[in-house]
Ligand binder design. Sequence first.
Ligand code: GRG
Length: 290
Amino acid sequence: MQKELNKIARDTNSFLQKFIKKQKKTELIIPMKYGLFSGGKKIRSKILVDIGSLFKLNYKILIMIGAAVECIHAYSLIHDDLPCMDNDSIRRGKPSTHIKFGESTAVLAGNSLLTMAFEILSHKNLDLPEKTKIDLINKISESSGHHGIAGGQYLDLSYEHKKISKKKIIEMEIKKTGKLFSFCCAAPLILKKKSIKEIKKFENLGADIGLLFQVADDLIDYEGKLSAAGKKTGKDKKKGKATLISLLGHENTIKYGYKLILKIDNKLKRYGSKSKNLSKTLDYILNRKK
Ligand code: GRG
């Protein structure tokens, strides 16, 4: 699993390096590259490749789409660390982008990474019909805006120091983290021109995977150490974040994570041995240390 994840990370980074190299140089390239290449597991691309392999899709095309996702992910992390958001000075074991380059540069580098995702998905080298590219851009935009990551982040910030119900916490985590995973699960079906109903099923599967990912992230914050996690831990409690751990407790949250894996694996049963890779990725997600 780790070997495969490393290969996907290498291939994604190499695509992005070449893509950026072909562009005219600007002052923002260095902070953008810092946000993209200063570590990062590229787990969203792995999910995209895992789902893509259920439908025998072209690896290179999946890597390009994954690269667009990683641009949006890197953007969200840069903005998430800003003083007006979660105010974190360490990310991936290094100074956060705004600490290294200043706040305004970090905001602009983040914005430029967001738009780079659309440049990648509309690029002539992405060998897909125009209609498919528009459908991908439409879905990734929906996942990133007020119905997705940005909306979830808004809820996350507004729930601080409040008693929030389980339903609302799950809804917030699915938006903040799950929606980008939903895109990764839906994209292969968009490529295969599947029905809206089928696409929705995979978006829901992605929401469960994203929720699992966020549960694991909350567990890392609760149990982990800076040296392993690459970021300060124990912050959620200090910031009064509404998480499943704050509501259900540590043990029950771990149980909740395993229940989610069972739920996702059940949905994958119809794909038989083809879904083995994805199942392994799910175990990795829940048991990771960073
Ligand atoms: C509209 C894209 C967008 C952003 C603006 C700041 C913000 C709104 C959203 C933040 C969303 C956010 C940071 C969610 C947390 C998701 C999460 C658990 C991130 C950690 O992801 P990993 O572990 O990171 O995959 P690496 O370092 O491996 O890349």
